[in-house]
Design a binder for this molecule. Structure first.
Ligand SMILES: [Zn+2]
Length: 281
């Protein structure tokens, strides 16, 4: 029986390819990815039209949009990468190549669980080469944007504490803390879906954005209630925020740190990842 690694210390790749199709959130068009085992350390991306041009994932490729994390790979854009990256790094994978067909990663159900199920199905094996050492911060790191804050202190393992505060009654104030391991990620974080607000979704749709957004790939909030219950966790929104943070940390690796995040966003996550990168180089 397959089991996920116990920690994030070893190098892991896939035992077989994963191929998955779906609808892209922004274009509403069919897109697909093939996630391939790799001998190269780290996460790499290639495009189906140029499969041998393998580009290492790097923090300088991140372009933030309010709704997702987009990559700019020498002028080619790939949107909505964060849930797939969260699944890969959260599961403990360290050596993977992602081949993209279309400009987006399928959104699936808005969480990382479908990727996790695929990883479980194909299995993981130890990589040939060692993984890059995990980032270790020597002193506290602090980034903020208005009242949004990320604060990290050195620690032996990765502990995440997420806090959100929404005026909508259905969400309100939520807190979730977790000591991250591949098994905890799979059970407690991966199933948490992205969420949005009904009025905003209608506006974004009218503006031609989120053409693929629907009730199947996000939890939709209508102020006091959810349009499409049931929730998978009572605090599913804050758990999803941690999922996004984990995905956005894939560019630098999972640091050995205790991280507190209040009202996080993709742009703040990127700034935080860049600060980690800075202390490493
Ligand atoms: Zn998300």
């Amino acid at each position: 029986m397959f089991s996920f690694p116990n920690d994030y210390e070893q190098g892991w790749t896939l035992q077989n390819e994963i191929k998955k199709d779906g609808i892209g959130l922004h274009t509403g068009l069919q897109c697909s990815v093939i996630i391939k085992p790799s001998e190269l350390e780290g996460f790499h991306i290639s495009f189906s039209e140029e499969p041998n041009n393998i580009i290492p994932l790097n923090i300088s490729q991140v372009r933030n949009t309010p709704l997702c994390t987009t990559l700019d790979l020498n002028g080619k854009h790939v949107s909505t990468v964060e849930h797939l990256l969260a699944a890969l790094i959260g599961a403990g994978l360290t050596h993977v190549n992602i081949e993209i067909n279309g400009g987006e990663i399928p959104l699936l159900d808005g969480s990382a669980i479908a990727w996790i199920e695929e990883i479980e199905r194909v299995g993981m094996i130890n990589s040939i080469s060692s993984p890059r050492p995990r980032p270790e911060i020597k002193s506290p790191i602090f980034v903020n944007n208005g009242e949004s804050v990320i604060f990290a202190i050195p620690s032996d393992n990765l502990k995440l504490i997420g806090l959100i505060d929404f005026p909508h009654k259905a969400i309100g104030q939520q807190m979730f803390s977790i000591e991250l391991s591949p098994n905890n990620f799979v059970k407690e974080i991966a199933p948490a879906r992205t969420f949005g607000f009904l009025d905003q979704l209608e506006e974004l749709k009218k503006a031609g954005l989120i053409k693929g957004g629907a009730l199947e790939n996000a939890l939709v909030c209508n102020g006091d209630s959810w349009v499409n219950p049931p929730l998978r966790f009572a605090n599913e929104p804050v758990r999803h925020k941690l999922l996004d943070l984990i995905g956005d940390l894939a560019f630098v690796g999972l640091p050995k740190a205790q991280i507190f995040v209040y009202k996080g966003s993709h742009s703040l996550h990127a700034e935080f990842a860049a600060s980690i990168q800075k202390v490493l180089t």
